[in-house]
Design a protein around this ligand. Sequence first.
Ligand code: ZN
Length: 79
Amino acid sequence: MRLQETRWLLRMKNATLDPDEVLSAAEEQMFGLGNSGFCVSCGEEQDGVDPDGRGDECECCGEEAVYGAQELVLMGYAG
Ligand SMILES: [Zn+2]
């Protein structure tokens, strides 16, 4: 595994996402009320993310670590 990849995975584990926030954002996406995603690197919530978005660039930290809320639920971030 490349070093860069390892660093990214480590940061991912350190990101603090609120499971309740992820879940409610996913529900909003499901009912067409919103399209938020979260950066798993810095934890920042972002608008305009596809429900199944993976690895979009973060407006806050610049990492390609923004995932759609529904995708995060599938990944186990909703607790
Ligand atoms: Zn970020």
